[in-house]
Design a protein around this ligand. Structure first.
Ligand SMILES: CC(C)(COP(=O)(O)OP(=O)(O)OC[C@H]1O[C@@H](n2cnc3c(N)ncnc32)[C@H](O)[C@@H]1OP(=O)(O)O)[C@@H](O)C(=O)NCCC(=O)NCCS
Length: 162
């Protein structure tokens, strides 16, 4: 059974492996992902980056990094989500996303924003967000590089949090 828990320093090596194994991220992206992981590990009092890890039988299967968007009333960015390739498509990503939504709701957030690439390689990822109730709010042409747009997904939550 999958459990979702807070990040621990012993998870770092597993997360490095997952980020590399997905074969979806270039080195610069992995460096940024690790920077956020290290910030969360080394600055226990920071509140910008919240990281949760999906664990099955004490094996790390995936993780998610999200946090409040600075200077907004209740908007959260989902910065990173990754599941180990050998267990993708089994619902772990959905559990991580559901967990983020529950936490955001509990923190009185009302909007989650996720940015991803328009490249063909990211089609399963975009389908994953669509299947989980996210909609495309905007697409910025050639944002990452010519031919690679930034696709911005959003999901709004209950009125009571606004
Ligand atoms: C996107 C990702 C986090 C989804 O996690 P997951 O555990 O595979 O997703 P789930 O099992 O909950 O959902 C599977 C659905 O997502 C989609 N999907 C995305 N990647 C998939 C994969 N490699 N294998 C199967 N389904 C995949 C499918 O549409 C699938 O729908 P289905 O269940 O109707 O077939 C994961 O595939 C992943 O780590 N991908 C590579 C890294 C990445 O793209 N991260 C996001 C960067 S913006």
């Amino acid at each position: 059974m999958i459990t979702i828990r807070a990040l621990q320093s012993s998870d770092r090596a597993d997360l490095v492996k997952i980020l590399n194994d997905t074969d979806m991220f270039i080195k610069a992206e992995i460096d940024v992902a690790l920077e956020l992981i290290d910030t969360a590990l080394n600055k226990p009092n920071q509140t910008d980056y919240i990281i949760r890890v999906a664990v099955d039988n004490s094996q790390v299967m995936g993780y998610v990094c999200f946090g409040p968007t600075p200077a907004t009333a209740g908007t959260y960015d989902l910065y990173w989500i990754a599941v180990a390739p050998h267990v993708q498509g089994k619902g772990i990503g959905k559990e991580l996303l559901n967990h983020v939504e529950t936490e955001v709701h509990a923190r009185c957030g009302y909007l989650i924003v996720i940015e991803t690439s328009s490249r063909e390689k990211y089609l399963p990822t975009r389908n994953f967000y669509l299947k989980n109730g996210y909609t495309v709010a905007a697409q910025i042409k050639d944002f990452y590089r010519p031919g690679d747009d930034r696709v911005i997904f959003v999901k709004y939550f209950k009125e009571e949090n606004k």
